[in-house]
Design a protein around this ligand. Sequence first.
Ligand code: PLP
Length: 385
Amino acid sequence: MTTTTRPIALFDIQAQQSRIRAELDRRIAAVLDSGRFINGPEVAELEEKLAAFAGVAHAVGVSSGTDALQIAMMAEGIGPGDAVFLPAFTYTATAEVPLVLGATPIFVDVEAETFNMDLADLARRVAQVAAEGRLKPRAVVGVDLFGLPADWPAIRGLCARYGMFALDDAAQAFGARLHGSRLGGHAEATALSFYPTKTLGCYGDGGALLTNSAERAALYRSLRTHGEGGSRYEVLRTGMNGRLDTLQAAILLCKLPLFEEELSARARVAGWYAERLSGQVALQAQPAGAESAWGLYTIRCADAAERARVQEGLKAQGIPFGVYYPKPLHQQPAYAAAHAAGYADAPPPLPVSEALCHQVLSLPMHPYLTEGEVERVCRAVIGAL
Ligand SMILES: *Cc1c(COP(=O)(O)O)cnc(C)c1O
């Protein structure tokens, strides 16, 4: 039976699809029959279920994780003269949004152990920007990198001291828990992405905002529909076209019933990796109270040369891998000017973010990996160290 080994996937969308194909066909057909491709009843049904899953009062479906971040910042009126603090070691979308709105992203270093924002560095940079007085500290965007919750109580505490907005970029972390409760209510607003390879993904682009604030939820609904008011032809504010498609909502409704079980499977896979790799190579540290959603399984090699050896070893075995991220954001051409503009003098250095870009390697992670497959990946990694 098991003489042929199936190729190991970095992410696996097909195994899941085969479990729910009949339900997908049924729900997609229902949308096709209804013709309600925009704002169909599936969107509201999904919003209710997402809010219940995350244990928050409101969920608002939007067109992508990036638009979720943008709508959340637009709702706070963030723009020119505002400083938005965010990690230098994250996906570009986190930093792009403040720039699009005319605000200044201030890059914060991360911890070598958790890869999440370094709270001491954050506090120093907020104090420096506040003391210089050129920009107003307005918001912190915390990222739960690779699925691991950031230190939200500490971020919230700092935000409260400076009157800043706390926004959770949980694009990689939907389903994660912190101190017993799911991400969604740990910041004032939480942005989700349903990009196909995220922990809960649709078959295209999609996203959502979670919040416990009724005022914010109402603003998000208005902003995602061109800033409309009580009627379609009353425009109250500058908004955008940021809606979630009915078809994508229908697809997510088919996947949501599997999600809890898939999160457990991801945690089991992470456990298999940790059993075999701990002591051999540095793993993403899991602080007490944090339960990762395991969006990605990322190891930290000693240096670029060791990572290159591991990459070669995996390639030789036909095992896929990813490098998230090969360059810190402050070194990207698109952000260099904004990075310099954040400070009166030279920006303080970001040594950990710069080092991690040469060390990190993401291994296959999805709920349908078997222990035997994890064993094969780990043998290839250990053999190449
Ligand atoms: C994927 C991702 C986003 C953007 O989500 P999209 O749905 O692709 O727009 C934002 N932030 C982080 C950290 C991400 O990983």
